[in-house]
Design a protein around this ligand. Sequence first.
Ligand code: MCN
Length: 769
Amino acid sequence: MMATESPRPLGHSLPRVEDPQLLTGRGEFVADLVGEDALELAFLRSPLAHARIVSVDTSAAAALEGVVAVVVASELDAGPLRIPIENPDAYSPPRPLLADSVVRFVGEPVAAVLASTRYLAEDAAELIEVDYDPLEVVADLDAALAATAPRLHEHPSNVLFELNVDSGGVDEAMSAAAVTVERTFVNPRYSAAPIEARGIVAEPAAGGLLVRSSTQVPHRLAALLAELLGLEVEQVQVVVPDIGGGFGQKAHVYPEEVVAAWCALRQACPVAWIEDRTENLLASSHARGQELRVRAGADASGQVLAIDAQVLCDQGAYGVFPHGHILEALGTPLMIPGPYRVPAYRTRALSVATNKCPSGAYRGVGLPVAAFVHERLMDVLAGALDLDRAEIRRRNLLRSDELPYTTATNQRYDSGDYGRALEMALAEVGYASFAERRKRARREGRLLGLGIGCYVEYTGMGSAVFRGRGMVAIPGFDGARVELDDQGRATVWTTLPSMGQGTATTFAQILAEVVGIDPSAVMVQQPDTAVGELDGTGTFASRSAVAGGGAIHAAGLELRERLLDAAATRLEVALRDLEVAGGEVRVKGAPTTSIGIGALVAAEPERYRVSDHYDPPAVSYPYATHACIVEVDAETGQVTIERYVVVEDCGTVINPAIVEGQTHGATVQGIGGSLYEALAYDAYGQLQNASLMDYLLPAATEIPRLEVQHLETPAPGSALGAKGVGEGGTLGPPGALANAVADAVGAELNELPLTPERVRCAAQPGRSR
Ligand code: MCN
């Protein structure tokens, strides 16, 4: 136990304790846990986007030496098992584990082969003969919504979910507006593309199942496996190893995991499935994939009077567990008003089934599209009214004295100073002198542009929000277990895996702060569903600081009380005269009268093992302004980012260096989505770029130095005052970059990504491609 005293743990840039292990190759990922005795699983996947399965002949595959089993849909118990996609407000067809009668996207698992090695399993999968009867492919939103469109599911239309919000007064406000603008915006499909793809090792254990999985939602995985495999939830133990990035893609339970667990029980031996890159790009969830038609009206001074937004979301073939198929179709329309005062708002959003890979969570979930739309609208309105682009934002941003403010979509923005973030970003990027600079550059034949991207986002949602959204399979609370040992050290387990965001460090800081011990005395473990009778939601929607922090805070307070109480008895001192510091409980002002935490624990070990849960009572709303300067090469369409500035506010900061790192990572992903990334499907539903040779992720060479500044307005509804920060960076770049490029070339760009072709056409409208 530390004898020295350090400054308060919260708010300090403690180095990430997880890094030495990860950086020296001692991390343990799920693929490292595949034992010699494990059978390996490979999936035969559909080569067609839409087809009836006439017959499946597995005989040649089954006859291959080393093949243990070939599984098709009809062999799964209660045949065939399906993943429930529950949402009372939507049409929610369940998702088959293996396609039974119809395949609905390229990459959908049709059969599974279990063999002694993955190589053998793959070879055998190639020997399976499937007779497909091709069906008409529903390749995109237009095709899906056509009156004569084939239906993907037994439902009168391909619309799985529809949201309508109307504050009233939109038509009147549009008629009264000095100017109205109407634009179409397009955001393509992306892949989260974590460095480590998905994976699972499942084995029978003590009448149940032991599962190791690179999942962001271990407790939801355990619950679903138990439900589908006929076990009690206590019989399924999910242990999370190190995770090499998840970015939302691992926040779902997929068919492959259930099939692997089913095979492990059936064969009574360990079964491993480690996803390869092609499978990951083809069949793990995608995201975004939206087309929007948006109209906005403003008065002559630039005050926005109304926005009317139609949002079409290409959901792909199924929903995802536990979120359903409403992630994009709720997230985007709810937040199109952004950080602005929008008196009248109407939106209609549809989640539409197509013959593509299902869409799920990806860092930012719908909100980057909302921010892209409101930031482009601000520039377009400024152009229509001949107003300065910063000035129109100043006039419309909600002022700090207007918060808390409830929007037309029932978002209750809690706290902050949006205007200050804007002014700081403008000052840092040199907005005041930029117009002159751009003019000078033009004279030299260079195209420079400056773009602004403001946003506000929701993070750390609790059970009431998920219930309200019809996401009934998401509990909304999270849990923490803390155990002190007789050396005065603490071990922490939570329901929230770290997939790289540094919670081994920040959770330790939170517990240390609350109990009064040193962060170096706290060890944070990855989740293990067998520990501490915890249940919870998992890591997504930037909830760990708020929900995990809240649970650790509650458990820590309880432990502290117990330490003080026991020490008061042992030292015969009033409880109020005691404090926990330096690894001991001691008398305030007389530190020599003390007792070590370890000694207290040694006397009553059970007393210092505490589990607690936290259900965030309110949503916390971080915000930021991004501002950037780009140079565009009119000949090639290449966009080079010269400066990129972020001013963000995520409430009380637990660890500034980690907040900065999260902002960097998310901003880089936002830049990737704005300039490079798009999953390209052809008219037959074939993915054209299912490799990292073709799906363009940004590399370090494309990324400028990111200049990040912070504001710190505590969240009134969060135990620690913290708001989430993990996703925010993805929200700024689409608007900031599209605005910057539009500024540089003098033409609008409302479709992402800003590829060289699109930019070149915009820069030289007369020239052909
Ligand atoms: N933090 C802080 N002070 C705050 C808020 C957060 O110091 N005021 C710290 C937290 O303690 C945590 C980190 O910042 O260490 C992110 O916290 P939070 O915003 O609560 O987000 P989560 O931990 O819930 O992480 C999830 C979020 C999401 S939804 C995705 S997707 C995501 C992400 O953050 N995927 C990531 N960050 C990622 N980072 C890495 N390296 N890899 C991923 O897959």
